[in-house]
Design a protein around this ligand. Structure first.
Ligand SMILES: [Fe+2]
Length: 295
């Protein structure tokens, strides 16, 4: 476990997604002495600018708390990735930019070697990612390599359809063509690529086309946000994992008719958020959702 002791593990497990590289398909060789294991942290759906106190009275506090908690770790993650919805959507382009600037400034205080960002639909759908790119300087889709793993960031939010689009699928096809079949691949994206629950916009219309392109590769894992739930799903051998939101929980599918934010429960503060007080107990058990998945 990369030298992480139990106390540190408990701290890290309070977040949306803690990923040990040795646990990814094709990466088992990283485990064990001298194996070069590492871990990274997925944080998601900050929705900076959200201000509904009945749902999260600490709307200004959860992100700083999460940053402080990460900075208190003895074993730092190699990087933190924010999987979209950095800001709460707004029709005001000036306010959108101000919120993004605040996120950038606050997250620059993360004491980790690298922070990766990409846009959610709250950030990018109203201006096709213009403000996002101005502020973060990253393209909406990109790849990077880290210690033997090829990371692919897919943009399924700047086109409000919502689609990846032909151009991006062609880009993905060209990128994959350069890789050997046994290359471990991690895909990072905002919406689920599979059709989780389209009635609530929990899907990417042409996500299956990306899954089809990835299918010949045996070592692929997808991490995403958007649904504000921890969910684990497989399309054939490809695992898809979502992370909780740092800002507001959503009621599970099947419990309510319309997508609904869950009111704050003073008896269980921060419940359902990807942040909780560190050291509060053992790893939270995942509660897989009963979600009807389209074939
Ligand atoms: Fe979100």
């Amino acid at each position: 476990m990369d030298g992480i002791d139990r106390r540190e593990f408990i701290k890290l497990a309070g977040f949306g997604g803690l990923v040990f590289a040795s646990g990814l398909p094709g990466c088992a060789h990283l485990a064990g002495p001298g194996g070069g294991d590492f871990h990274f942290l997925q944080l998601s759906d900050l929705h900076w600018g959200y201000n509904i106190a009945s749902v999260n009275p600490d709307f200004a506090g959860t992100l700083p708390k999460a940053i402080a908690a990460v900075n208190s770790l003895d074993q730092k993650p190699d990087f933190v990735v924010f999987t979209g919805d950095l800001t709460q959507t707004t029709d005001d382009p000036k306010l959108r930019r101000a919120r993004m600037q605040q996120v950038r400034e606050m997250t620059s205080k993360l004491n980790v070697p690298k922070v990766w960002y990409f846009a959610g639909e709250h950030d990018a759908a109203l201006d096709r990612g213009e403000a996002y790119q101005e502020t973060f300087g990253e393209t909406l889709r990109y790849t990077f390599d880290h210690k033997g793993i090829h990371f692919i960031v897919l943009d399924n939010t700047s086109d409000p359809a919502p689609i990846l689009g032909e151009k991006q699928l062609e880009w993905l096809r060209a990128d994959l063509a350069k890789l050997s079949r046994d290359q471990p691949i991690v895909v990072l994206t905002h919406r689920p690529l599979f059709s989780m629950y389209p009635q609530w916009d929990w899907a990417t219309r042409d996500g299956q086309a990306a899954i089809d392109l990835l299918m010949p590769f045996p070592n692929v894992t997808v991490f995403y946000g958007h649904v504000h739930h921890e969910n684990h799903h497989r399309t054939s051998h490809i695992a898809h994992h979502s992370a909780l939101s740092l800002m507001f929980p959503l009621a599970p599918v099947g419990t309510v008719e319309k997508k609904t934010q869950v009111p704050w429960n003073a008896a269980a503060p921060y419940k359902g958020l990807g942040y909780r007080d560190v050291g509060a107990g053992p790893r939270r058990e995942a509660t897989p959702l009963e979600i009807p998945v389209k074939a």
